[in-house]
Write a protein that binds this ligand. Structure first.
Ligand SMILES: Nc1ncnc2c1ncn2[C@@H]1O[C@H](COP(=O)(O)OP(=O)(O)OP(=O)(O)O)[C@@H](O)[C@H]1O
Length: 236
């Protein structure tokens, strides 16, 4: 099994006897990977599997060499995720506590975690957010707070599930720039093909199977053609 990047071998995950991921295999060392597919094709499920939140039925999965399902502590340092809805992620009353929490889970002292939280807030021009109530933030700001909470953990792989959904233009531009500037490997789930134009690789999931895998310039036109055909078939 590959010890670098993201490696899946014949991954199968069934829900109520139905295969949601069916023999998914790929090895990705690229820095920017897009994950595309129609609604219900298995993208979010795959993201949760990569994060170690769902146990696979069979196959093998390693994220930078770590068996993230078995080694939960190493998983926290290896992979982080920004969920579609920040309300599913934010649990603390203040921004500083929210950001520091993950670090204390890694075993850092509360004081060290607090300092790291303040440092990342300052680095992103949000020093004034430290004692700010998470409930008072707008939806876009809550998204941004979640990003900082994930970044502070410095995982080797970051998974973003539709990060731009519901964000206004300035916030999505800022988020886009932040993602662009990341050193880490990124897997980005999106329905917005423009975002993926300069990515290194695009993986297309269809009914839980890989339908395409390659350069955006190769995969995206095929995907759009297939989706257009399907839309035509369902027209009244
Ligand atoms: N806990 C669950 N119970 C039942 N079915 C599930 C569960 N989780 C996922 N599924 C099914 O698995 C399939 C894949 O869902 P998933 O959310 O991974 O798709 P997706 O590609 O992320 O879709 P979208 O683009 O709409 O977000 C769907 O048919 C969904 O109904």
């Amino acid at each position: 099994m590959e010890t670098s990047g993201l490696a899946l071998e014949n991954v199968v995950l069934s829900v109520h006897g139905k295969a949601v991921l069916n023999n998914v295999s790929f090895h990705a060392d690229e820095k920017r990977i897009g994950l595309i597919g129609a609604n219900g094709s298995g993208k979010s499920t795959l993201a949760r599997v990569i994060l170690g939140l769902l146990q696979i039925n069979s196959g093998e999965l390693r994220v930078h060499g770590v068996d993230i399902w078995k080694d939960r502590k190493a998983a926290l340092k290896t992979v982080g995720m920004l969920f579609q809805n920040p309300d599913h992620q934010i649990i603390f009353p203040t921004c500083e506590e929210e950001i520091a929490f993950g670090l204390t889970q890694l075993g850092q002292s509360k004081e060290k975690a607090r300092r790291a939280a303040l440092e990342i807030l300052a680095r992103f021009g949000r020093a004034d957010w430290a004692s700010r109530s998470t409930h008072d933030l707008s939806q876009g700001q809550r998204h941004f707070l979640c990003l900082l909470s994930v970044l502070v953990m410095q995982p080797k792989l970051l998974v973003f599930d539709e990060p731009y959904a519901g964000l206004d233009l300035p916030t999505s531009i800022q988020l886009h720039r932040s993602i662009d500037a990341l050193e880490q490997q990124v897997v980005l789930i999106t329905h917005d093909m423009d975002v993926l134009a300069d990515f290194d690789r695009v993986i297309w999931l269809d009914h839980g199977e890989i339908a395409g895998d390659g350069k955006p310039s190769d995969i995206i036109p095929k995907y759009i053609a297939e989706m257009t055909t399907r839309a035509g078939e369902t027209d009244a």
